[in-house]
Design a protein around this ligand. Structure first.
Ligand code: DX5
Ligand code: ZN
Length: 256
């Protein structure tokens, strides 16, 4: 599990990026909004370039816009790992995918909470990542939608069945309490939980530690169960051998 920190809700974004350089985040998540696909208007290309100047970590650009090509063309030669656009827009998606690849960035497609996962399948062969929204896109600080957990499980099953190597990212309302439910997730986008605190380093360590100890906990539970079953198996086997030997002894005694 990697953390992509969303700086949308921070009071001073550039200062936040400088602080994040001293943490174990893996990406800086940048939410671009056009005032059409979502109500808000955020993150100009100029601001992305300003982040690029100070960040040690690559950017993870989330385009919540109707016309991604308008933005992508201006994003060349930046410290960007992923550019993600939305499945729900009415534009030629194959064209957008090739443009992102042309710039040398990985391609993500994001899906809103109510959109059918099946609509992603035609793009599986072309993309590197699916970004599952765990809130309605548009603003930070919202509550994690509980049915996201089921959607991630189903998406993971679909990806494995397809045979493609596609990462899963989840975005919205993630904190210390719900990160343990995100087992199949490769990247968790976390905003408020980090940037609304006074210690980014501690918050990120908390998230990673909680996620990892939950995974080890599950492994340990499995190990205990496995050892218990093995023990019962061996005991039954010894009992059976004993019984056979006992029977043979009795037989020998009576028919001597
Ligand atoms: C929501 C954005 C998210 C948001 C995450 O539309 O895409 O990236 O900033 O922030 P929190 O963690 O506060 O929900
Ligand atoms: Zn986002």
């Amino acid at each position: 599990m990697k953390i992509a920190t969303s700086i949308l809700n921070s009071s001073d974004r550039i200062e936040s990026v400088i602080n994040l350089n001293r943490t174990n985040t893996s990406y800086i998540h940048v939410d671009v909004m056009d005032g059409k696909f979502v109500d808000d208007n955020q993150f100009s290309v100029k601001e992305i370039k300003a982040v690029n100047l100070v960040t040690k970590y690559p950017m993870d650009v989330h385009l919540m816009v109707n016309d991604p090509l308008k933005y992508i063309e201006e994003l060349s030669n930046l410290n960007i790992s992923y550019v993600t656009f939305h499945l729900e827009i009415k534009k030629d998606k194959k064209k957008i995918i090739s443009k992102i690849k042309e710039l040398g960035y990985k391609v993500g497609i994001s899906i809103k909470p109510d959109t059918d996962l099946g609509e992603l399948v035609p793009y599986f062969s072309d993309i590197d990542m699916v970004l599952v929204m765990s809130v309605e896109p548009g603003k930070g600080g919202q509550k994690f939608l509980a049915n996201t957990v089921k959607r991630i499980k189903e998406l993971k099953r679909m990806i494995v069945a397809s045979g493609y190597n596609i990462e899963i990212e989840v975005d919205g309302g993630i904190n210390e309490d719900n990160i343990v439910k995100l087992n199949d997730v490769d990247i968790a986008v976390v905003g408020s939980y980090i940037v609304k605190s006074d210690n980014y380093y501690r918050q990120i360590e908390n998230l990673l530690r909680t996620f990892n100890s939950n995974k080890t906990g599950k492994k340990n539970e499995f190990n205990i169960l496995y050892k218990l079953l093995l023990g019962i198996g061996i005991l039954l086997f010894i009992l059976m051998i004993g019984l056979v030997l006992f029977k043979k002894m009795c037989y020998g005694y009576f028919y001597r």
